[in-house]
Ligand binder design. Structure first.
Ligand SMILES: N[C@@H](CCC[C@H](N)C(=O)O)C(=O)O
Length: 293
């Protein structure tokens, strides 16, 4: 029997970004890429991101999170998933609970302090954005990552000069006049795999509506078209502010709803505020996991 078979999971979402939460604290079990893909293959536990909780590593933190995409690859950041984990750790009756109003989560990319704003609304301190071409990373030097170059697409040659940002994961933001007019499910996989992104990238189409409001459609690396992406919203606000298109605070409207993003002047940290929803709980399918190497 697979170690994960019949483990309890929570199926949640952050603005429709599908999140499955699995609590492995207190055990030495690790999820393999094949197991993550099996969990994603079951409609009950399907996810854009699987958030796996492990015992804390850094003193003063509440848990270490490993974040898996649908294709089994791992990411250093997931804003919507981090809010879901915070709700689960503070409110799920069967989880070992911690932090009534706030906690600190850790990923391979750093620390993420979270505060509860109301029952199902949380603010995550997503940390400091990085703009250096080696930090993002990009495959070749760009002195100014507010505008980089990708291979032109035959069907949308105007998609050029994206901004590139790391929020603990790589993001490319294309500035467009009408985000909804593009077929991102066709263009996303090509742009995600452009040779300029050696670790691939999350692809955003951003339409600036005003200095306080951006419309955003996101193709997620390793997961595909999603209804929302928290780290993309943070990366987009920061990139827009650096280009002088917005101030340091804006509402980001995604297909799943709104996120409030603020880029704090005092320490350059990006704060993301948004809701979470619990859909159902369940037990991981033993039959599907039996097929995972
Ligand atoms: N949905 C997430 C980001 C997901 C991570 C991404 N696909 C990656 O591989 O970096 C969010 O809400 O931030």
């Amino acid at each position: 029997m697979n170690d994960l078979a019949n483990s309890r999971f929570l199926k949640m979402n952050g603005l429709g970004n599908e999140i499955t939460v699995l609590d492995l604290r207190g055990s030495a079990i690790r999820v393999s890429a094949a197991e993550a893909r099996s969990i994603a293959a079951d409609p009950r536990s399907h996810f854009d991101q699987l958030m796996v909780l492990h015992d804390p590593v850094t003193p003063g933190t509440d848990a270490f999170m490993r974040i898996y995409n649908t294709d089994g690859t791992e990411s250093g950041a997931c804003g919507n998933g981090t809010r879901c984990v915070a709700w689960a750790m503070m409110s799920d009756p069967e989880m070992r609970r911690t932090g009534a109003y706030g906690l600190v989560l850790e990923t391979k990319a750093g620390l993420l302090p979270v505060e509860r704003v109301s029952d199902r609304v949380f603010t995550v301190d997503m940390g400091t954005p990085l703009f250096g071409w080696t930090d993002i990373p990009l495959g070749r030097p760009f002195p100014d990552t507010r505008r980089i170059a990708v291979d032109p697409l035959a069907e949308a040659p105007e998609l050029q000069g994206p901004s590139a940002v790391s929020m603990g994961n790589p993001h490319a933001i294309f500035w467009v006049a009408d985000a909804a007019s593009y077929d991102l499910s066709r263009l996303g996989p090509i742009l995600e795999n452009d040779p300029v992104f050696p670790e691939r990238a999350n692809i955003s189409l951003a339409q600036v509506l005003s200095p306080e409001h951006i419309l955003l459609h996101v193709w997620e690396r390793g997961a595909g078209l999603t209804r929302a992406c928290g780290s993309a919203a943070c990366a987009t606000l920061v990139a827009a502010a650096r280009k002088g298109l917005t101030g340091r605070k804006a509402t980001l409207t995604l297909p799943g709803g709104d996120l409030e993003i603020a880029w704090r002047e005092a320490d350059d940290h990006v704060l993301m505020t948004g809701p979470v929803e619990l859909e159902h709980e369940g037990l991981l399918s033993a039959a599907l996991l039996a097929g995972a190497a």
